[in-house]
Design a protein around this ligand. Structure first.
Ligand code: 6PG
Length: 242
């Protein structure tokens, strides 16, 4: 199925062969609507091909308004399987847990079977949580869509600048995260790259330096995400020089 036409303003291929397609939107509502549209299209495509849709959610605050819109949509929810690209080592119901944000904004309001919502058990701690999530991911086919955010320092998921890349398993512990809390669990770079499609959601002037670095070929962690099909970066409130 032809991808919906969006406002692509730039395409970039870096020395590490990451291809990124940049889409600028003129309002929060426009970027949210475009993200929801693409997510629902990706679901239809995957369900038509595999009978299921494997989506990996971004944490942080940016995607919340997209998740809130998805809560109002009609979809073949019974065929959706939801994963998280990372989570913070906090109690299950802690307000800062990425899984709690997604459930409150969206997942508690649609009929995705609970057995198909795979929270990262980060409450076990980073080492035990990563071990358990790696078992959850074992044997899971390529993801269909990975949603990612971008940190002001260029991090994505819980892949942070200056931290050794750990691809020892599909899910790995993070220590000393510069973004609290220090202990996290993240899906590894390699497993995140085992996906058909990646959609970054980047909003707000605070991300301008990270975007500039990205576009100028600075090896920020977001450039580690280099699946064969490239990545799409939906932007609002940041300048993307064409
Ligand atoms: C987290 C996320 C992290 C996030 C970026 C952007 O646990 O915080 O995994 O990678 O996506 O830091 O966060 P905001 O969307 O809040 O700017």
């Amino acid at each position: 199925m032809q991808k919906s036409q969006t406002t692509q303003v730039k395409s970039l291929t870096l020395a590490n062969h990451q291809t990124s397609r940049w889409h600028s939107f003129s309002s929060q509502d426009e970027i949210n609507q475009a993200a929801v549209k693409r997510i629902l299209e990706a679901a239809d495509e995957a369900i038509a091909q595999y009978g299921s849709f494997l989506i990996v959610l971004a944490g942080g605050s940016t995607p919340k308004s997209v998740y809130q819109l998805l809560a109002k949509e009609q979809a073949d929810w019974a065929k959706w399987h939801v994963y998280h690209n990372d989570d913070r080592c906090l109690p299950v119901d802690h307000a800062e847990r990425n899984s709690k944000m997604a459930r409150d904004a969206w997942l508690n309001h649609v009929a995705i079977p609970q057995a198909q919502i795979h929270d990262i058990p980060a409450e076990l701690g980073n080492v035990e949580g990563a071990k358990a999530y790696a078992e959850t991911l074992a044997g899971v086919r390529s993801f269909d869509l990975v949603i990612l955010g971008l940190g002001e320092d260029g991090h994505t998921a819980s892949l942070f600048p200056g931290q050794a890349v750990d691809n020892s398993a599909d899910a790995v512990p993070v220590f000393n995260s510069p973004k609290p809390p220090a202990d996290r669990v993240t899906i590894s770079q390699n497993r995140l790259n085992n996906t058909h499609e990646v959609l970054f959601l980047v909003t707000g002037a605070g991300k301008q330096e990270a975007v500039d670095n990205w576009l100028n070929g600075v090896a920020i962690p977001a450039t580690l995400i280099a699946p064969a099909q490239g990545v799409d970066v939906y932007c609002f409130g940041v300048k993307v020089a064409a």
